[in-house]
Design a protein around this ligand. Structure first.
Ligand code: ATR
Length: 286
């Protein structure tokens, strides 16, 4: 794959990721790879934007002709009321990660995290069927919220929410407002695995510098897919244990790459592919 950036013309399309901080974002690296691969007259840049500057930034960037932006911590929820249009996923999740600016200054907000998660899962475990059985979601933060919406939309017959702070799982359940959702205590997490079709870790446990997730997998059917949204390291202790006992697994990089493809296609007009060369390129940046 070409790694040499195309020289920019005066008509170059520009997109950005807004975060505070933003310097650890892998998005410029992965969008840059696709731009070079497709020889696109365009650029994708990191912009450090303080929370108090988000409104002014989203007022100005469309007027400067940017194609759109990704949003990362801490802007995903704050940007939602600043959009003129929202996708059904963004409104249900209550957060946006992808904005598309039109020439008249209109901002369309979408959230591709849940969709990206399902696409990563479909790639890693092609036999996975969301409607085939209960799903267990560990964690109750922003990532859990978008994955919960995607799983319910995909027809999960039961969704267990399990979080260290139970009150946050209860709040998420209230937000989801769906009678397929159940909340369990963190102490009872191993018990929810009985008969499950999917286990997803959306907590920080297992990430480099964090303790591993302490979870007894013995009740989990070996056909169940185990997914982790942590991608540093790529093989978390949870995924290693799952693989060891024969469960199909899905790592956190798939979600990151597939959620990005949605914005890229909207801004640059090319549907990019997620393949081994991209994965290797992004991993080099970790
Ligand atoms: P994100 O937006 O990526 O989902 P987040 O909102 O910071 O991130 O959520 C982090 C998740 O990791 C939370 O569910 C958090 O649990 P609490 O709600 O109880 O804080 C979970 N988490 C962090 N450290 C944890 C730990 N040591 N044990 C269990 N869960 C932990």
């Amino acid at each position: 794959a070409a790694r040499v950036a195309t020289p920019l013309s005066g008509a170059a399309r520009v997109a950005a990721v807004l975060g505070w901080p933003v310097k650890h974002s892998l998005s410029p690296r992965l969008h840059g790879f696709w731009l070079a691969r497709h020889g696109i007259d365009g650029a994708y840049v990191p912009l450090p934007v303080r929370p108090e500057d988000l409104g002014a930034t989203l007022d100005l960037l469309p007027r400067l002709g940017l194609a759109g932006v990704n949003l990362t911590v801490p802007h995903k929820e704050a940007a939602l009321p600043l959009c003129h249009r929202l996708s059904p996923a963004a409104s249900r999740i209550g957060a946006v990660n992808t904005l598309v600016f039109s020439a008249d200054g209109t901002i369309s907000g979408d959230n591709s995290d849940g969709q990206g998660f399902l696409a990563g899962l479909a790639e890693a475990a092609p036999a996975f069927t969301p409607s085939a059985g209960p799903a267990v979601l560990l964690g109750a933060g922003g990532a859990a919220r978008s994955i919960a919406v995607a799983l319910l939309d995909a027809g999960a017959p039961r969704l267990w929410l399990v979080n260290r702070t139970r009150a946050k799982a209860e709040l998420l359940a209230e937000h989801l407002d769906d009678d397929r959702v159940r909340v369990a205590d963190w102490a009872d997490r191993a018990g929810t695995l009985k008969g499950a079709n999917l286990l997803v870790n959306t907590t920080v446990l297992g990430m480099t510098g964090q303790p591993p997730l302490d979870l007894d997998l013995s009740a989990l059917p070996t056909a169940a897919v185990v997914a982790d949204i942590v991608y540093s390291p790529l093989e978390t202790p949870l995924l290693a244990a799952a693989r060891e006992r024969g469960n199909p697994t899905s790592d956190g990089l798939g979600m990151l790459l597939h959620q990005a493809a949605v914005g890229f296609a909207a801004w640059f007009g090319v549907a990019p592919t997620v393949d081994a060369a991209l994965r290797a390129h992004v991993l080099e940046g970790l």
